[in-house]
Design a binder for this molecule. Sequence first.
Ligand code: GRF
Length: 197
Amino acid sequence: MIPINIAIFASGAGSNAKKIIEYFNRPGTPGKNTRPIHVALIVSNNPAAGVLKIAGQEKIPVLLIQKEKFNTDGYLDQLNQFNIDFIVLAGFMWKVPSLLIKVFPHKIINIHPALLPKYGGKKMYGNFVHEAVLNAGDKESGITIHYVDDLYDHGEIIFQAKCAVDDDETVTSLSEKIHALEHEHYPKVIDRLLSAD
Ligand code: GRF
C-alpha cells in the first residue's frame, strides 16, 4: 500500500513534531486511513533546531532550507523526491510562499497557540502570544489548527480546543497547558483530515 507521506516543517524544539512522529511512525499504531500515514521528512530553516535531534533519533531525513530558494522555488523538487502529500507546520517561523500553497491546496496546515482570530499575525508567536492573552485579562485561551493561506495565521479554521486562564496564571504555566492541548490534538486532527481522503 502506498503511504501518505507527511513533511513536518519546524524551526524550534519540535515537541509537536515528536508527538506526530510517535503517533504515525510507530509499528502497530497506524492511522485511521487504510493507507499507512508516515512522517517522511523534517524541513527546517534552523540548523540549531531541537527538531533536528528528534529527526536523527527517529531516523527521518532532514531538509535544511534557505530563505531565497524557499521563496523562489519552494524546494518542490526535494518535496517531490520524498513523495510528500501533506505538509504540517509545527512551530515553523517562515511564511510559506504562495507557490507552495498552490501546489498543495488545502494540504498545508498550521497550529497556533491561541484562539484565532485573536492573537494571530506576524509578531504573535511563542510566549508573545501568552503574554498578550494574560495582559488582556482573558479568562480562556486555547489552540487553533488551520489551513495555511497567504496571510499569517489566517486560513480556514479546522479545529480549536480551549483551556481556562486561571487568576494566578503565568506565561510558563499557560504555555504548558497549551502545549499539552497541542500534543493531545494535533496528531488526531491530522489523522482525521487524512482519513477523509
Ligand atoms: C507551538 O506552541 C505551536 O503552537 C507554535 O509553535 C510552538 C511549537 O512548539 N506554532 P514545539 O517546537 O512543537 O515544541
